[in-house]
Ligand binder design. Sequence first.
Ligand code: ZN
Length: 61
Amino acid sequence: MSAETREPPLLLACPRCRTSVRWQDNPHRPFCSERCRLIDLGHWAAADYRIATPPSDDPED
Ligand SMILES: [Zn+2]
């Protein structure tokens, strides 16, 4: 008897690096690791920051 075939490991591709990772027991899903998750969060944070702060190169004198 083998219980390995009861729940086949679900693989998913990391949205950032496309690495196939297991969905189960993955605290960083949908990413492969905390690193990719932080990168993605940083990407969104950076985009939001850019939108929140319009470029203003006007020299104030
Ligand atoms: Zn990744």
